[in-house]
Write a protein that binds this ligand. Sequence first.
Ligand code: NAD
Length: 506
Amino acid sequence: MTVTFSKIAVVGAGAMGRGIAQIAAQAGSEVLLVDNQPGAAQRGLEAITAQWTKLQEKGKLDAATQAALVTRLHAVDSIQALADCDLVVEAVVENLEIKRALFRDLESVVPASAVLATNTSSLSVTAIAAGLARPERFAGYHFFNPVPLMKVVEVVAGFKTDRALCDRLAAYAREMGHSAVHTQDTPGFIVNHAGRGYGTEALRIASEGVADFVTIDRILRDQAGFRLGPFELYDLTALDVSHPVMESIYHQYYEESRFRPSVITAQRLAAGALGRKTGEGFYRYVDGAQQVPTEPPAPVLEKLPPVWVSPRAARRPELLRLVHNLGAQIESGASPSSNALILVAPLGFDVTTVAAVDRLDATRTVGIDMLVDDAATKRRVLAGTPATRRDMREAAHALFARDGKAVSVIRDSGGFVTQRVVATIVNIASDMCQQQVCSPADLETAVRLGLGYPQGPLAMGDLYGPTNMLEVLFNMQTVYGDPRYRPSPWLRRRGALGLSLAHQED
Ligand code: NAD
């Protein structure tokens, strides 16, 4: 078996170093594992060997292959043993000075032809390379945890990195069974940059009291198909990891408002409510089991008022069909009768603004989020104005719950929950394309594999409609007057023409 790098070293035998060493040996390389803590490299080697034994027991590895793998992996005591390696991947503590010092030492040990790579997730690759005699042979090689299962690697080109070297690292990643994506050396690279939208916008929504954490999670799982809600995800990664990342990326982009962190996580971090690992986060955990409050039942009403649907409602034909199928009497007049429930379906605007601008009776107006095709969602989301009467709110809730589909009633805000979060994700991704952080295709691959979203962010924009995304953002910018919602030029050009977002460069 020929492999791009036949003898490599991994420095740092922690969680990441072990994973990288494991898949490098599996690709066919001879691997040296080194750590500055006595015994750590040997413990790393034993942990990897135990993984292979487990794989063998599960029938995923035969005995001969396992034996060959073990002979390719070595624990060594010092970096002096790396003199004939052709690649060194560093996975030591996330500290600029420590990494710089290590690479300076490595440069004096490894051959001139050797490639040096860092697994940093938040430091600048260019800054780590700054003190090197030959920065052109240095690149970022960003794996995700756990390495054998997270099958994507970001290959990061620093300011002086030789691009041919990035291609070799990408080829080697593929030999290790991973997808390689190429990125510029910008804060967060691809995955941690593209991942800013989901949690930060959800925190923003929660901070406005639009809905509680559980409801926001339910809406994003059921309406938009995310595997985990943003707050469940924070509980899983723990706030002592996530909050500093939010702050770091925000500051590295010189206080870009799209990435602004939230006082909610700052305060929870200070209180030690970190998530699953402390038993208390956005949810409580008893013996490791997440405690989820039960959902209040929908009201059941014998008699429903007639329903008038605004001519400007999003997906109006579908909404009319839905209301009809749910058994309501639909009014067809140009304006609602005096006892009708008034339905609006805004994109980006809040229900209150729509009622005021369209001169509708706000006491009888309820909005529904129609961004997502009703047939494709497991939940409907409603909001009233501050003046909406209780009987009208309950009538709308009862109507939309009639077929058993879950309904959340939230406070009125520009863009409902799904519109806000999805448009923010699509907008950040679009801006990454605008800035040429990476290619649109690599952006999609990195996000699907690195974040596990139901679609890549550009495909997500196409699913909900680039024009709709643009409309949501424009209208939210009007409602909030906040530059975080300004549409990226990349999205504006495509949304204005109704063009697809995926794979279109200009
Ligand atoms: P870890 O704490 O599990 O392991 C780090 C290891 O490096 C330890 O065994 C430590 O003894 C060793 N070490 C520290 N300084 C050293 C030095 N000067 N020389 C040799 N060994 C040294 O850390 P980790 O989670 O494996 O992270 C390692 C790197 O990978 C960091 O840069 C981190 O940001 C990055 N990273 C981590 C994750 C993750 O989820 N854990 C994901 C992607 C990238």
